[in-house]
Design a protein around this ligand. Structure first.
Ligand code: PMP
Length: 285
């Protein structure tokens, strides 16, 4: 991803893609002082753009690294980056981090908080699984307790176990991994939230140990409008056999059906199709 034409917004300026570099003593590189957003621009408009910017600022606050930009300034940076790269359908990555500076240890308050925006074309996150249903491995790592790490932040440090779990999943021919949480409840995938269907009703884990995704919240609102009951509750892995459909939600994943989790099988069913179609319509409306 580093060797491309185009422009990346960095600390207030658009710089040529290949020159968007940081120093090796960047605090974030050593201590994970980094928060980010993943967004999608559809037909020239970023879906839930301000919500993503607000979550970025909140993530920065949670990590004690206040981001020196307002929501409006972040919105303007994203617009400028899309325009500079001449893209109207794109994935948008905003990242903020503690840079290099006077501190080079665990503490970092004397180092600047920096921000960048990159945009690029990105198709279906799970490829053909979008139609056939994704196959998920069950991760051996657990989502940590909210007393261990700020689970509501979209922070780089929370993704270490995601990367490891996704590598194992891919080595087994799966698209992704499903996490249980520290109590053993079903939690989420490595970059998407999970929903289940039983008897025409929807069940989804309570987001008390993982990110309450913007797509998750959007889909819950859509289901209410479709008069489909949604139960947000703790779900045990033993219950997986009682569900007939399963799907993932996320900015990158959009609404992707799941065909298999470990040994449990699901149908790519009508309710999932309806939600997926309604979401596709909504993001372009
Ligand atoms: N959980 C994790 C771990 C994620 O990385 C994402 C993607 N940001 C989500 C859930 C879904 O969040 P959203 O719908 O806001 O993209």
């Amino acid at each position: 991803y580093d060797d491309r034409d185009g422009f990346i917004w960095m600390d207030g300026e658009l710089v040529p893609w290949r020159e968007a570099n940081v120093h090796i003593l960047t605090h974030a590189l050593h201590y994970a002082s980094s928060v980010f957003e993943g967004e999608r621009c559809y037909s020239g408009k970023i879906f839930k753009s301000r919500e993503h910017s607000a979550r970025l600022l909140e993530s920065g606050k949670l990590l004690d690294m206040p981001i020196p930009y307002s929501i409006d300034e972040i919105e303007a940076a994203k617009e400028a980056t899309l325009k500079a790269n001449n893209l109207s359908d794109a994935y948008v990555r905003v990242v903020a981090w503690r840079g290099a500076g006077d501190d080079m240890g665990v503490a970092s308050s004397r180092n600047p908080v920096r921000m960048a925006v990159a945009v690029w074309e990105w198709g279906a996150y799970y490829g053909d699984a979008k139609w056939e249903g994704a196959k998920l491995d069950i991760a051996k790592w657990k989502r940590p307790s909210p007393e261990t790490i700020p689970v509501d932040a979209k922070a780089a440090g929370l993704y270490m176990i995601c990367t490891m779990s996704k590598h194992i999943a891919e080595s087994k021919g799966c698209s992704d991994a499903l996490f249980m949480d520290y109590r053993g409840y079903v939690a989420e995938a490595t970059g998407a939230n999970v929903f289940f269907v039983k008897d025409g009703e929807v069940h989804t884990p309570l987001p008390d140990s993982f990110l309450n995704g913007i797509t998750r919240q959007t889909v819950i609102g859509m289901l209410a409008e479709m008069n489909i009951p949604v139960h947000e509750r703790h779900i045990m892995p033993e219950e997986l056999s009682s569900f007939t459909e399963c799907f993932l939600t996320g900015t990158a994943a959009e609404v992707t059906p799941v065909a298999q989790i470990g040994d449990y099988m699901f149908e790519v069913g009508q309710l999932t199709r309806n939600v997926s179609d309604a979401y596709e319509k909504l993001v372009r409306s």
